[in-house]
Write a new protein. Structure first.
Lengths: 392, 91
């Protein structure tokens, strides 16, 4: 009974009003003819409201005529009536089907290639190589053979330690680990010199094998032989060896900068403006005005691929242009101020360059004042170990 | 003769009376719902008064906002505020 009523909502049911004198007989007749009625409610006059299934309407009208009652349809409920309402909107249904087909079809292609690399160990031009080999945006997923691509790339490039391609949805994830460069180790049995790789003044030299070619206080340039790979004995004569030893030198790092007393600087005012656009493949559509309302501004462009699910990318991307207003500010410094600023900036730069800060021996600042600017030289003296092996 | 033997077997097997005969069964759940099994037909139906014919007699129900719901061909459910009901025996 209950399920029959539920089912009738699926196939459609009617609420009808029956007016007449023999309502009781009508209900009994319905019962005897196996017509399901529910929610029978007596009205104020000689009428009754009841629900019937849509299929039984003709039979009900026949029975009502028998007992001289009139039938009036009050309301219609159920799926068939809802569907009927949308029958007129054919274009809606068609476009819905087209969209579903398009989405299903677009899921067969690759729309995004994501290259994941280790921080600091970036491989250059890998995207170019990938597209040369066959992993391109817009390619059929079924035509991509990941094993073949991996083999081809590994043959092509030597600086890759490991490569994996994973296809998730419309997203191809390429994971790469860069191979560290092979250190050039000269065989212990081969003869070699120790050669300077920096310019500086020698402060300490200690030859364990071989003969020292420079003394403390000597100035060396790039390429000077520090420890020669041979030994001279009184009786043995010249004998070649693998040179070993430690050489420490004083090295100067110098940086210069000119700072003007009157300078124009650009400062952010804090005003921002966002503009959006849509990019389909290489075709760009700007939403809103293309020209900014600011006179001077910086533009940051961020592109975001449109995705439905986490790994389902579409070939549409949303472009966000962020315009930040700038204003020109004239600044005047006194010679003292200009000098301080320059020295601080240069010192910061130098300190970044030098790895071992403990080895800084001396800091030297020179400033030459001119008419409209000041030229600053900052020199750091650093004690460092120098020298690399070189074959004879 | 046949009937009485049937009755005896049914009594031994403890089959409910309303299943094997036309004896009506009246169930009142709370004061708002009444189910009558094995009914014959509706004699009178008003908002406040329902008269139902059964094989043993007539059941009269008084109340307010009475609604009818046919459970199946010989079950009927009366919904609404039931005030009183009485039975008329047919001899």
């Amino acid at each position: 009974m209950f399920f029959k009523i539920l089912f009738s909502y699926l196939i459609g049911n009617l609420r009808i009003e029956v007016t007449g004198y023999y309502i009781e007989r009508f209900i009994n007749l319905c019962n005897n003819n196996h017509i399901l009625t529910w929610n029978v409610k007596k009205g104020k006059q000689s009428n009754v409201l009841l629900n019937i299934e849509i299929k039984k309407l003709k039979e009900v009208i026949k029975l009502a005529k028998k007992v001289k009652c009139k039938v009036k349809i009050k309301s219609k409920k159920g799926l068939p009536f809802i569907l009927n309402r949308y029958k007129k909107r054919k274009m809606f249904a068609i476009s819905l089907i087209i969209i579903i087909i398009l989405i299903a079809a677009s899921s067969k292609f690759i729309w995004n290639i994501e290259v994941r690399q280790e921080e600091g160990n970036k491989i250059e031009n890998i995207e170019q190589d990938l597209s040369d080999v066959g992993l391109k945006i817009g390619k059929l997923k079924s035509k991509i053979d990941t094993k073949e691509i991996i083999n081809k790339i590994r043959l092509k490039r030597e600086d890759i330690a490991w490569l994996g391609i994973e296809i998730k949805g419309t997203n191809a994830i390429v994971k790469i680990v860069k191979a560290t460069e092979k250190p050039k180790i000269i065989d212990q049995n081969e003869y070699c010199n120790i050669v300077s790789d920096k310019e500086g003044i020698i402060t300490k030299i200690n030859a364990q094998k071989g003969t020292a070619q420079v003394k403390v206080g000597d100035t060396v340039t790039n390429g000077t032989v520090l420890i020669g790979g041979w030994m001279e004995g009184k009786y043995t004569g010249v004998r070649y060896v693998h040179a070993e030893g430690e050489v420490e030198a004083k090295i100067w790092y110098t940086k210069s900068k000119t700072i003007k007393y009157n300078s124009k600087e650009k400062e952010k005012t804090g005003n921002e403006e966002k503009k959006y656009g849509i990019k389909i493949n290489n075709f760009e559509i700007n939403l809103g005005k293309g020209v900014s309302k600011f006179k001077i501004y910086d533009t940051m462009i961020t592109e975001k691929k449109f995705q439905i699910f986490s790994d389902f990318y579409l070939p549409i991307s949303i472009i966000e242009k962020n315009n930040k207003e700038l204003k020109e500010v004239e600044k005047t410094y006194t010679p003292e101020e200009a000098k301080n600023i320059g020295v601080q900036e240069l010192q910061g730069e130098l300190e970044e360059q030098i790895e071992d800060k403990k080895s800084i021996v001396n800091k030297n600042v020179n400033a030459y004042e001119k008419e409209d600017s000041v030229e600053i030289f900052v020199t750091f003296e650093v004690l460092e170990k120098i020298g690399t092996n070189e074959k004879i | 003769m046949k009937n009485s033997r049937k009755n005896r077997i049914n009594k031994i097997l403890e089959i409910p009376q309303e299943v094997y005969s036309n004896v009506p069964k009246i169930i009142i759940t709370g004061f708002d719902e009444m189910i009558i099994e094995n009914f014959k037909g509706i004699l009178e139906y008003e908002d406040f008064y329902v008269r139902i014919n059964t094989y043993l007699g007539i059941v009269n129900v008084n109340g307010f906002d009475l609604k009818l719901e046919n459970m199946s061909e010989d079950d009927i459910k009366i919904d609404g505020k039931i005030e009183s009901f009485d039975i008329e025996r047919i001899e």
